[in-house]
Design a protein around this ligand. Structure first.
Ligand code: APR
Ligand code: ZN
Length: 368
């Protein structure tokens, strides 16, 4: 029996979301119906609302969510009704070469980027027809139907708001440090951009034992937050990349071993090598508008042996990394709850995106 759910829907016109009712059908074979308890408000949703990425519409936004399994479709064995789950915005197909190699984040069989379930359809509708779940999860809704491999069980004692953040920002940020860059203890690191994802990178660096940890942002509040999560030094960016590079060089004795770009701006990506020491590694975490290009001084990169690497979903295997991150939180090793600056209602979603655009919040979480 289809059920009605209140959801934040992007109709493809302008950057405002409409909170309205949609119909959510029962889960099909291999699918899971989840009652969403919390959904983070992430920068990747904003890219869509601000017209930087195009998607099929209407779309239920949100891709950073957690909830409780309410019903499972035929053949589902991984989870059962009543399980607490974190949703992954990349459902691994479990059959392609990348999945077989343990690189679920590089799965080529998934259709999550098309906002479609494996059979090419969705379980969401409104009076006008098909509604798409953003990245095949659409967490800004009371209910979501996702493939079994996108619902990862975690211990029920992890608070739902914290769990939701593991679904994107935490996995993306901490994973960039521990899975992609594999930062060793004592290495120096710089984080450019301290929003929700950048602060998760800072937390990951603190966990890994990096030193110094230099946080860079344009907003003083974000730098203060970065210090509270383990940044040992901060640099306020004021539009002068050479000045930032000089300050970083001073703090890291000539350049950092690792530098993370966590905004998705061509200019800050282009200046990443200037923050590195010879042989240093630059990690691209922030996602730019579709089609964006960055100019890199190739000779400088080659001569200094610097490396630039991409990082998608923190190089994570959701079924492995989500429970691990939850365990680190429960053990007091990752202060994930401190990342949540605002808990809001679904109908406050537009204000939450406006606050993100203004850079005045670390992380808003919609609590259902
Ligand atoms: N220099 C330094 N910091 C900057 C600059 C700049 N020129 N411009 C913006 N910032 C800072 C903002 O002040 C903010 O703190 O970058 C941060 C961006 O954070 P959010 O907008 O909160 O975005 P977040 O959710 O953290 O996502 C960041 O990661 O996964 C991707 O798609 C996501 O591209 C997005 C990025
Ligand atoms: Zn995200």
């Amino acid at each position: 029996m289809p059920r009605t759910a209140l959801a934040a829907v992007h109709d493809g016109r302008g950057d405002r979301l409409t909170v309205r009712e949609i119909q959510v059908a029962d889960p099909g074979p291999g699918e899971v119906l989840v009652r969403i308890a919390a959904s983070g408000v992430c920068g990747s949703d904003r890219h869509v609302l601000d017209g930087e990425w195009s998607l099929p519409t209407p779309t239920v936004m949100g891709h950073e969510g957690a909830g409780v399994v309410e019903q499972v479709g035929a053949g589902v064995t991984d989870v059962a009704p009543g399980d607490t789950v974190i949703l992954s915005w990349y459902y691994p197909c479990r059959r392609c070469r990348a999945c077989a190699a343990g690189k679920a984040w590089a799965c080529t069989g998934t259709r999550s980027n098309e906002c479609l379930l494996p059979d090419g359809t969705t379980r969401l509708r409104d009076a006008a027809g098909v509604v798409y779940p953003y990245l095949a999860v659409g967490t800004m809704s009371e209910y979501a139907v996702v493939p079994e491999s996108a619902a990862v069980r975690i211990p029920a004692d992890v608070p739902m708001d914290v769990a939701s953040l593991i679904g994107c920002s935490i996995t993306t940020g901490v994973g960039a440090v521990v899975n992609n860059a594999r930062v060793p203890a004592g290495a120096s690191a710089v984080v450019v951009g301290c929003g929700g994802v950048g602060l998760a990178v800072v937390m990951g660096l603190a966990l890994a034992g990096a030193y110094p940890i230099v946080a860079i942002d344009t907003a003083e509040e974000k730098l203060a937050a970065a210090r509270s999560f383990g940044a040992t030094h901060t640099v306020r960016a004021r539009g002068d990349a050479a000045q930032v590079a000089a300050e970083v060089a001073e703090l890291t004795s000539g350049g950092a071993d690792y530098a993370f770009e966590v905004i998705g701006r061509a200019e800050t990506i282009e200046s990443l090598p200037s923050l590195l020491t010879t042989g240093g590694v630059g990690v691209l975490v922030g996602l730019p508008p579709q089609g964006a290009k960055a100019a890199i001084d190739v000779l400088e990169l080659a001569e200094t042996g610097k490396t630039l690497i991409g990082s998608n979903y923190g190089g994570a295997v959701p079924s492995l990394d989500f429970p691990r991150l939850a365990a680190l939180y429960l053990a007091g090793r990752l202060p994930l709850d401190s990342l949540i600056s605002h808990r809001v209602r679904l109908d406050e979603v537009n204000e939450a995106f406006d606050a993100m655009r203004a850079g005045t919040r670390t992380r808003s979480v919609i609590v259902f």
